[in-house]
Design a protein around this ligand. Structure first.
Ligand code: NI
Length: 184
């Protein structure tokens, strides 16, 4: 399939609530998922939500590389990477009250990064493209990725959640004054 064009902040599709997928096993869903994976990998992103490729459906793909897991304050020791995951109609719930702040970036907001407070632990329930229902618990950076991607399905971009706009900026400028580089 093809590499899809990624909508950037300001495009109205990124502010819409995406629709539930009526049949996660439909062939057109699998075709879209394949193209989303290809697009995410080409852009070197951690995750991608369907509205980012102009498709207003509740579909998310993500993959947490080993070197990214366990890098966040509050991450448990030994948290590993997460294999490529496809979530159709995901529903996220916080687990516990703990939150933490970490830098995020987004393929729809290229070149920028900013600090966002997220729940440290979440539970997500979703369907696979085989129609199976999965319940997955996640914490730390993995939980952050899930919350960021599922926000896209509700028309929310991470800059809307940045509390300290003084720390929001261009990655290459931020990295001049911070040794800890911002997210990719
Ligand atoms: Ni994003």
């Amino acid at each position: 399939m093809a590499i899809l064009k990624i909508a950037r902040m300001g495009h109205p599709i990124l502010r819409e609530r995406a629709a539930d997928v009526p049949d996660p096993t439909a062939p057109e869903v699998s075709r879209l998922v394949d193209a989303m994976i290809e697009t995410m990998e080409d852009a070197d992103g951690t995750g991608l939500a369907a509205p980012q490729v102009h498709m207003p459906w509740r579909i998310v793909v993500y993959k947490v590389e080993d070197e990214r897991a366990g890098t966040e304050e509050g991450d448990p020791d030994g948290a590993g990477g997460v294999p490529l995951t496809v979530m159709v109609n995901p529903v996220v719930e916080p687990v516990g009250d703990e939150t933490n702040v970490g830098f995020e970036a987004c393929l729809s907001v290229p070149g920028m990064a900013g600090p966002v407070r997220r729940h440290s632990q979440v539970r997500v329930t979703y369907h696979t493209t085989d129609g199976e229902e999965v319940v997955r618990d996640a914490e730390g950076f993995h939980a952050r990725v899930i919350q960021h991607e599922c926000d896209h399905l509700d028309g929310i971009l991470y800059p809307m959640r940045v509390e300290d706009m003084g720390q929001f900026g261009f990655v290459d400028e931020l990295s001049r004054c911070h040794d800890e580089a911002a997210d990719d």
